[in-house]
Design a protein around this ligand. Structure first.
Ligand code: NAD
Length: 353
């Protein structure tokens, strides 16, 4: 085989393990931050308050006004609050929405982020930010929003309900699936992607059976790290374009939308990305990647139909228009008729073609 690629490593420090949150104070010291503001959602109010209390003088308090998709007004309010409290950095404890708010602050004021992810979304490993202004989500890449330290503590994910865990895990797998057929794929990232799929496929069904299974939580979070690193390193394709469109323009829920679309997007690219499909199938212990992704989702009672996520059948044509108007690079050509068929099947909850 003739190899040809560019590989660029992103700087990141990862601390992984049960109880790893105990190392937060040492990490703050390591980064020479005199004071940090702890970002969280109301759901994590208690653990955030405990974290802030344990930091003593280094705490600039908790800020729990996190909402989905980082609306600009909320980002500005959080930025002002961080400055008012004299924070030199932020600890973002939560899912992609919380880490997204940390990124919005980092983008404006260069305040470094220590991320403590509690879902499998993967934002903590990427230099990608997103801010919603007048209903439109703008995204961009900037190295200063990449968290300086990421603390993965599986015990913090035990409270994530089984249904959300499964959807969030499939969201993570989607990063790896698209990373394997990315235009700028490279050998190291592909190794991470394949291993990420394998670890999540091993952990998620056990979490579905028992959300308290800490070993399964560890497998899934390990996989989410690898899939997040893949998302941060290489470009995404049709699957992510569809999900960004459905989330951004039709307000569909993030993780669940990824869960529904993934087998269909993989099927769309099946013939155009044969080596990637072989690696995805190998990671899933199967022969056909798209049907194995569908079977995995079905086995774990994941959402399978866009109609169950609140998308009206009448919206499908507009969704196709938006997807094909400014497509991302994709292994198979992005054709309106094929996309319409894909969306119709995903809307009805049919297996992938
Ligand atoms: P989220 O952060 O909105 O969390 C979903 C819900 O789960 C929230 O209600 C939250 O409070 C709750 N939750 C989180 N962790 C929990 C836990 N351990 N126990 C119980 N409840 C918990 O959702 P998400 O899927 O993590 O992130 C989605 C957002 O992140 C989207 O806006 C997406 O665009 C963004 N994102 C960005 C990137 C990036 O690289 N910039 C990558 C992935 C996702």
């Amino acid at each position: 085989m003739m190899h040809s690629f560019i590989y660029e490593a992103l700087p990141s420090r990862v601390i992984f393990g049960n109880g790893a949150l105990d190392q937060l104070a040492a990490e703050i010291e390591r980064l020479h931050l005199a004071k940090v503001m702890v970002l969280s959602t109301p759901h994590h109010r208690q653990v955030s308050a405990e974290v802030a209390a344990a930091l003593g003088d280094r705490s600039a308090g908790v800020y729990d006004q996190v909402v989905m998709h980082v609306p600009l007004e909320k980002a500005q309010a959080a930025r002002e609050e961080a400055l008012r409290r004299g924070a030199q950095g932020c600890v973002a404890l939560g899912g992609g929405s919380t880490i997204g708010l940390g990124k919005a602050i980092a983008l404006a004021h260069d305040l470094p982020i220590i991320a403590v992810p509690t879902t499998y979304a993967g934002s903590e490993m990427t230099p990608i930010w997103g801010i919603t202004e007048n209903g439109v989500k703008k995204t961009g890449r900037d190295p200063k929003v990449l968290p300086r330290t990421v603390i993965y503590d599986p015990s913090l994910t035990v409270s994530l309900p089984a249904r959300l865990s499964v959807a969030s895990g499939l969201n993570a797998i989607a990063h790896a699936v698209e990373g394997l057929y990315a235009q700028d794929a490279n050998p190291i990232v592909s190794l991470m992607a394949e291993e990420g799929i394998r670890a999540l496929a091993m952990g998620l069904p056990r979490i579905h059976a028992d959300p308290q299974d800490l070993a399964a939580r560890s497998d899934a979070l390990y996989g989410a790290w690898l899939c997040g690193a893949t998302l941060g390193a290489v470009g995404m394709a049709l699957h992510h374009k569809i999900c960004h469109t459905l989330g951004g323009s039709f307000n569909l829920p993030h993780a669940e939308t990824h869960a529904v679309i993934l087998p269909h997007a993989a099927a769309y690219n099946r013939a155009a990305a044969v080596p990637a499909m072989a690696r995805i199938a190998r990671a899933l212990g199967a022969t056909d990647a798209p049907s194995a992704l569908h079977d995995l989702a079905k086995r774990m009672d994941a959402p399978l139909a866009l109609k169950d996520l609140g998308l009206a059948s009448a919206d499908l044509d507009r969704a196709v228009d938006l997807i094909v108007a400014r497509p991302y690079w994709n292994p198979a050509p992005v054709e309106p008729t094929r996309i319409r068929v894909l969306l119709e099947r995903a809307w009805r909850g049919l297996p992938p073609e």
